[in-house]
Design a protein around this ligand. Structure first.
Ligand SMILES: Cc1cc2nc3c(=O)[nH]c(=O)nc-3n(C[C@H](O)[C@H](O)[C@H](O)COP(=O)(O)O)c2cc1C
Length: 479
């Protein structure tokens, strides 16, 4: 399987990191914002919204009609800018959705009525890249996510495709939560091959500057009642306005990324299986919108304990239930956890195995393994100082087709987004960890070479980052 070969080839080892440039070429950092400058712009707006309580992230909400104000809200609470950070003489923006290295490889598109739009993150606007005389999508919209691997490979080299997939998983979950708060459905479009779906946004027609190719990640129906219908015939006549300014001057091509991405394309339908676990919610001091907007990555933790009840509550929300955000279906539902329980009051310190499909937590090894948790995670203190650190793992025999790998990585990112929001809801904080020594979990802890680590995640009491200045989604012009 090409995807598994890619994963094996891009492992980090304590004595050898996956192939990359080895230093940061700051002069050629790709622009994280893409703009189609010939496309007419429609500014999105900020509206006052009614607060909804925390559990509404997961439960059904009253349906709002799809119009400019609700579409604005959809983007404001999924992929928009949410704060700026200042350090020494530099300022940079952070967003509702996280991204490895804050490099944000993903782009997003919305097809609604007779137009195809690109979401311009910095300007908080829709760019109309194509317009038809006929309705393109009936009964709702199509939402498409893509990635520009160069933005990640600039820093991470060959491992960058992993980060694109994980970031896409985060973006899918962020979009699903936002759509759910509007009472909208969001479903993975699996009945058409991706080679057909990518044409909906003109991806096959784009002339990319060198190494700036954008790859298709996934498309979703967004709708209120009836599943939308795509008028494929009308797309054949579309003329796209796809001129954009080059994202960088010089770049390196990591061929393995584009070669592997070709094999990740889904050409056949896929539906995951869900479990029917009962669910209950403990209240949060924050409402659903505050939780989404305040989400940040912890940079450091205070080495404080959290309660067992909080820990179990967080794990519970990662169970494979057919509710948001898993109910998009863009998952494999085969990920389990190895957990380093560092500081959980009422739970013995040690390494645990959490089977998500059985909802069972078993201890593998008792003792203080916080130093090991640091080492596993590329010697990052986040692993050690947290209350707990998770490794999301999968048995490689579950990857039966190459596109299953993509769905598994989406699933890891989606779980990561749940963990971020769950931590915020409990007034603590999380941080995704893409840098880990892959084989330490599979070989040293589980003694099973068939296990792949897809993504790690830490949660704990954060040291407050004073540099965060919240901004509105349409204030991107100020930095
Ligand atoms: C897939 C992924 C991998 C990440 N890996 C790491 C990591 O290894 N170490 C780290 O300190 N932060 C990591 N982060 C956190 C990002 O650096 C962070 O999301 C980014 O700087 C933006 O900040 P924000 O999350 O507060 O918006 C990761 C985030 C994601 C989504």
């Amino acid at each position: 399987m090409i995807s598994i070969k890619y994963h094996e080839k891009t492992k980090h080892y304590p004595n050898r990191f996956a192939k990359s440039l080895g230093y940061l070429d700051w002069a050629n950092q790709p622009n994280p914002y893409k703009s189609y400058y010939k496309a007419p712009k429609i500014p999105l707006k900020i509206f006052t919204i009614q607060p909804l309580s925390y559990e509404r992230l997961y439960t059904k909400n009253p349906t709002k009609e799809m119009n400019l104000s609700t579409i604005s809200q959809f983007f404001e609470y999924s992929l928009a800018l949410s704060a700026i950070k200042e350090y020494m003489n530099s300022r940079w923006a952070v967003r509702i959705n996280p991204s490895s290295g804050n490099l944000h490889p993903e782009e997003s598109y919305l097809i609604v009525e007779k137009s195809v739009y690109h979401f311009n993150v910095k300007e908080f606007a829709l760019e109309e890249i194509a317009k038809s005389d006929e309705v393109l999508v009936k009964n709702g919209a199509v939402f498409v996510l893509t990635s520009i691997p160069l933005r990640e490979s600039w820093k991470y080299g060959e491992r960058a495709l992993r980060y694109c997939l994980l970031d896409s998983g985060h973006a899918i979950a962020a979009a699903r939560f936002s759509a759910n708060l509007l009472g909208w459905n969001m479903k993975y479009i699996d009945e058409y091959p991706e080679s057909k779906l990518e044409k909906l946004i003109g991806l096959d027609k784009q002339c990319f500057y060198q190494n700036e190719e954008e790859i298709f990640e996934a498309a979703f129906y967004l709708y209120t009642e009836k599943k939308p219908e795509i008028n494929f015939k009308a797309f054949e006549k579309l003329e796209f306005l796809l001129d954009y300014s080059s994202l960088t001057k010089e770049s390196i091509r990591w061929e393995i990324i584009f070669e592997t991405a070709k094999y990740l394309k889904r050409e056949e339908p896929f539906r995951p299986e869900f479990k029917n676990f009962p669910i209950s919610f403990n209240p949060s001091i924050f409402n659903a919108f505050e939780i989404i907007k305040n989400r940040r990555s912890a940079l450091e933790y205070k080495q404080k304990y959290i309660k067992k009840k909080e820990f179990l509550d967080i794990l519970d929300k990662t169970l494979p239930r057919n509710i948001p955000p898993f109910d998009t279906n863009a998952i494999l539902n085969k990920i389990n956890f190895v957990i380093f329980a560092n500081r959980i009051e009422g739970l013995e310190e040690g390494i645990y195995y959490f089977d998500r499909n059985e909802n069972s937590l078993e201890i593998i090894e008792k003792g203080d393994f916080s130093e090991a948790a640091k080492f596993v995670n590329c010697v990052q203190d986040l692993g050690k100082d947290s209350a707990f650190t998770i490794s999301m793992i999968i048995d490689k025999n579950e990857i039966k087709e190459d596109f299953y790998y993509k769905l598994a990585m989406f699933e890891a990112g989606i779980i990561g987004q749940i963990l971020y929001l769950e931590a915020e809801a409990k007034n603590i904080r999380g941080c995704g960890i893409g840098c880990f020594f892959d084989d330490l979990i599979s070989i040293e802890i589980l003694n099973n070479p068939d296990i792949l680590t897809l993504y790690d995640f830490s949660i704990g009491e954060p040291i407050v980052d004073e540099r965060i200045i919240p901004i509105k989604a349409n204030e991107g012009r100020i930095f």
